[in-house]
Ligand binder design. Structure first.
Ligand code: SAH
Ligand code: SF4
Ligand code: F3S
Length: 482
């Protein structure tokens, strides 16, 4: 890692380095000087905030932005007014976009009151030309607009903004580049996400992700392992391997390697206690992976296996490339190999052309698969995807009715599932202070279920044995077993 690079040794008058990430460290060094000068003028530190929407990928990217900003000399702040705000956007469903526009409306007035404030906006929404055009036209107060393919370039764009005083816009159409060794500032000291692959090649008919995140690119296993070793040496005990389809990891590398093999290597890292991953596409879930998981001491017994729909006809239409029967077969295999496994899923309701019968197939799978929990989404029409062009969109009231029925079944199922560990004592990784209950902390079982227990900050980041005294629907109330 370049984490311990000495920025003072960078010659600010030397020619700009061509290679990455050195080029960006050069700009960070320049900006650090600029931040120091501003600090001297204002007589205080400059503050920043990253506001992150969307999935774990965005959360991970935001940790990289935070790392770069901290190297420049900014300090994190939760205040309403900060010197630098970064919006890392998501566009997977329409309401994700709406949220961002809501925030921007508020920021406009804030910036009028605080003219020195800088606002950057990046992430998946910026990969949509219509959105960028709208921002450029009606949100002139924004300072930097960039996309998902050039996040490493953030220091350079910021430097450009500082130098020119003008709005900087830089969005790439795609990339085959992977820039390693960017700084990173973890949100939690004891857990973090680790990218293993970027982009997606699956083109599910409803989904915008392949268009905004580009083609699938795997990181080299040695880079992944090195990063994990570094974070473990720095106190991390739990990692989440991240990719839109982790099961297809490594297939296009110069020296191909399977996801199962990568997991075998990660397992060997000493000091690492828990391994999670997200997301698995059912079409690529191999027997080898199930075997590696079943034998592992570190891989958490939690599998997130997005269903999307239980109807084979709809699945075919969605371009998911599995059937209802195949999906249930995979569930069966996972449960045979690991009877205690927790399964979770994603489901879309109201996909164009979905009939009552199709929907009942989804309900049937939910009934049979016994999910610990399920994320349920109302289908959202994403411009540019094949499904959005269809004329058989489902009326809102029909979707709402199906959504409510599904939610009720999912809730009932997860309550049943949560009951199963009541009274048992299981290891919990304590994650944070409980924001609602004074004197309590909150953590997770390896099954990902939330547990609240009495305790103080000294427990954060530790794995402790907890007696699960009471199951309360989706979570437990417990107590540390001495
Ligand atoms: N790569 C992951 C999912 C990434 S998006 C996978 O294949 O499972 C996360 C979830 O958002 C998806 O699983 C899907 O359920 C949901 N989603 C994606 N596009 C959507 C859309 N247009 N409308 C509603 N939900 C959508
Ligand atoms: Fe979207 Fe499908 Fe790719 Fe997941 S696998 S990101 S749902 S296109
Ligand atoms: Fe959203 Fe982009 Fe993730 S669209 S779900 S933030 S990959």
């Amino acid at each position: 890692m370049f984490q311990n690079i000495d920025l003072d040794t960078i010659d600010l008058l030397a020619p700009i380095p061509e290679g990455e990430p050195l080029r960006q460290y050069y700009y960070i060094a320049h900006l650090r000087k600029w931040v120091a000068e501003r600090e001297a003028e204002l007589g205080r530190k400059l503050t920043y905030q990253c506001r992150t929407f969307g999935c774990q990928m965005n959360a991970k990217d935001s940790e990289k932005f935070a790392g770069m900003l901290e190297l420049m000399g900014f300090v994190a702040s939760e205040e309403k007014i900060v010197d630098f705000v970064l919006y890392n956007t998501c566009t997977v469903r329409e309401n994700a976009n709406m949220k961002v526009y809501g925030h921007l409306g508020v920021l406009k007035t804030e910036k009028k009151k605080h003219p020195g404030m800088m606002i950057a906006i990046c992430g998946c929404m910026m990969q949509e030309p219509d959105e960028v055009a709208k921002l450029k036209k009606t949100y002139r107060f924004l300072d930097i607009i960039f996309g998902t393919h050039n996040i490493f370039k953030f220091p350079e764009l910021m430097y450009q903004r500082v130098q020119t005083g003008k709005m900087v816009v830089d969005v790439w159409n795609g990339t085959d580049m992977i820039v390693e060794d960017l700084p990173s500032e973890r949100k939690f000291s004891f857990k973090c996400g680790i990218n293993i692959a970027y982009g997606c090649n699956n083109f599910c008919s409803y989904c915008i992700v392949p268009y905004v995140r580009g083609r699938e690119r795997s990181r080299k296993p040695e880079d992944i392992i090195r990063e994990i070793k570094d974070v473990v040496a720095d106190g991390v005990v739990e990692i989440m391997l991240l990719g839109q389809n982790v099961n297809s990891y490594g297939k296009t590398l110069e020296n191909p390697i399977s996801f199962a093999d990568l997991l075998r290597e990660v397992e060997k890292i000493e000091g690492l206690e828990r391994i999670r991953f997200m997301t698995s596409h059912p079409k690529d879930l191999s027997d080898e992976l199930i075997e590696v998981m079943a034998q592992s001491k570190k891989i958490c017994r939690h599998f997130h296996l997005p269903l999307q729909s239980g109807s084979t006809r709809v699945l075919q239409d969605m371009n998911r490339r599995y059937t209802k029967e195949r999906y249930l077969e995979l569930v069966e295999k996972l449960r045979m190999a690991m009877p205690d496994i927790a399964l979770t899923t994603d489901i879309i309701v109201g996909y164009p052309g979905e009939t009552e019968e199709d929907f009942l197939d989804t309900m049937d799978v939910v009934d049979k698969a016994d999910y610990d929990s399920a994320y349920t989404f109302i289908y959202s029409r994403r411009t540019g995807t094949p499904a959005a062009a269809r004329e058989d969109q489902i009326p809102e009231d029909v979707v709402k009715d199906r959504f409510d029925r599904l939610l009720a079944l999912v809730g009932e199922k997860s309550r049943e599932r949560t009951d199963r560990f009541e009274g048992k004592t299981l290891p919990v990784l304590v994650e944070e202070k409980n924001s609602q209950l004074e004197g309590y902390v909150t953590g997770r079982l390896e099954y990902n279920t939330v547990v609240h227990l009495p305790g103080d900050e000294s427990l954060i980041g530790k794995i402790v044995n907890v007696k699960l005294e009471e199951a309360r629907g989706f979570y437990y109330m417990g107590k540390v077993e001495e």
